[in-house]
Design a protein around this ligand. Structure first.
Ligand SMILES: Cc1cc2nc3c(=O)[nH]c(=O)nc-3n(C[C@H](O)[C@H](O)[C@H](O)COP(=O)(O)OP(=O)(O)OC[C@H]3O[C@@H](n4cnc5c(N)ncnc54)[C@H](O)[C@@H]3O)c2cc1C
Length: 431
């Protein structure tokens, strides 16, 4: 064992949004914490909405009411431990450091609101990346919405968006198809253009817009030229908004959307993807920027393969063994463990429920016991194990909850943010 490694206050396992949010909060209180993670999880697949809770028959109701209804509907749900005030506090704390996410609030209370997805359906959620369209009140008969798509993706889903908007809001929708290759020919030299277009991906498009975010006039002129072939001049003032797939930049997306809005003189917005998209990369990068500024360490790819404890100390010190691919094992000592390993991509000693039970039995934790109200696992000899759960790993650790329960109530990113906030604060107060 590497004796020179200091004992951490908290070892966070998992670098999804639950682990990253816990890291953000602990590091802001100067708690000695580090993340060890195998790397890939559901967070990398995040489609782009901030889902907290959406019970079928209560769409658009206040989140507070939904939370109360859920506690009756599903008494074992991880939200059973969260009072609305604690939920609200976690969202307020999150939105202070992530102003690029719009959380929907009415009369001071958090609400679900619809956003438009790339297949044209309206998805209720608590919030969304700031550049995503949700101003449906502006869509009226006689008004025109322009959908801008890139032909290289051969993506016919814009026709679904068109149909949906026309049926729901009786507005006119015009799709314009742009060749990304043609656009880039106007902006960059031939060599760079061939390279960029040789393996075109959303990331490459995003990076192209980041690089040219200060000068998007060529792009807006390009759109106007194509539009002028499709529309009469007299129709132009009827345009209400320009909608794009969520590929306009990885780092400078808000600036890009603001610039385009200024150049096209109408709101420019993005649609929510229903598949992995740049929206997830943007949120992950925003977390990493905050953590890098605080010199917070994230170790990847390290997979947890065992947990032991050192009983010689007055307080138990956990010893975690991680394996880095084919390299040697690494031991990490910590006073508290925060398990943020999700439910879909658990690996190592958390890969199956049998392996988990074996691992935790060995350290006197019976997983058939429900965790405490603070999401702490219960030790056989005392309430306090100093091993906490957050994010969707809470489902995985609860034998009485099924995969279906996780999907049924739309508790994605909201669960990751609220539980990690509450657990991190509990650890800070207990220190
Ligand atoms: C396709 C898809 C789309 C989604 N879209 C949305 C959406 O639009 N809105 C929404 O609110 N929610 C959405 N969700 C749900 C949301 O993404 C998840 O609920 C959330 O990201 C879970 O975060 P987490 O940190 O709890 O888990 P994860 O993101 O799964 O993170 C777990 C982490 O633990 C690591 N790990 C696992 N085992 C070990 C181990 N033994 N040792 C070390 N590290 C380990 C993994 O590598 C990973 O880094 C979506 C989910 C999917 C699958």
């Amino acid at each position: 064992m590497n004796k020179s490694k200091p004992i951490l206050d908290v070892c966070i396992i998992g670098s999804g949004y639950a682990g990253l949010n816990a890291a953000r909060i602990l590091s802001s209180h100067k708690i000695k914490a580090e993340i060890y993670s195998s790397g890939y999880g559901a967070s990398q697949l995040w489609a782009g909405t901030f889902d907290f809770l959406n019970l079928d028959n209560f769409k658009h109701e206040k989140i507070q009411n939904q939370l109360e209804i859920l506690k009756d509907l599903s008494p074992l749900h991880p939200y059973r431990n969260l009072e609305y005030d604690r939920v609200k506090e976690s969202f307020i704390n999150f939105s202070k450091e992530f102003p690029m996410i719009d959380l929907f609030i009415k009369d001071g209370e958090f609400m679900n609101k619809n956003v438009l997805t790339l297949i044209g359906n309206l998805k209720p959620c608590l919030g969304v990346w700031k550049t995503v369209f949700n101003e449906f009140e502006s869509l009226k008969p006689n008004r025109i919405v322009i959908l801008v798509d890139f032909i290289e993706f051969n993506n016919t889903s814009m026709y679904l968006v068109k149909k949906s908007l026309e049926v729901k809001f009786l507005c006119e929708v015009i799709i314009i198809e742009i060749s990304f290759f043609e656009l880039t020919t106007l902006c960059i030299d031939e060599r760079e253009n061939t390279y960029l277009n040789s393996r075109l991906s959303e990331t490459r498009i995003g990076r192209f817009f980041d690089k040219h975010c200060k000068d998007l006039k060529i792009f807006s002129d390009f759109i106007i030229t194509i539009l002028s072939k499709k529309m009469e001049n007299s129709q132009i003032p009827k345009i209400e908004a320009y909608l794009f797939p969520p590929i306009l930049g990885l780092e400078n997306n808000i600036e890009i959307i603001d610039q385009l809005t200024g150049l096209l003189k109408k709101p420019c917005r993005e649609l929510v993807a229903l598949s992995p998209s740049l929206l997830s990369r943007r949120l992950e990068n925003s977390f990493k920027e905050i953590l890098e500024e605080r010199n917070f360490k994230i170790h990847k790819p390290f997979t947890l393969i065992d947990i032991e404890f050192n009983s010689c100390q007055s307080r138990k010190i956990w010893i975690l063994t991680f394996k880095k691919r084919n390299e040697m094992e690494v031991k990490v000592k910590a006073k508290n463990i925060l398990i943020a390993t999700g439910s879909l991509f658990s690996t190592g000693c958390l890969e199956s429920s049998d392996l988990m039970k074996k691992t935790f039995n060995k350290i006197n934790i019976d997983l058939s016991n429900q965790p405490t109200n603070n999401f702490e696992l219960v030790h056989r000899n005392s309430d306090k194990s100093h091993i906490y759960l957050c994010g969707s790993s809470i489902y995985f650790f609860n034998e009485d909850l099924t995969d279906e329960d996780e999907i049924k109530f739309f508790t994605g990113l909201g669960l990751a943010i609220t539980t990690s906030y509450n657990v991190a604060n509990f650890i800070i107060k207990s220190k």
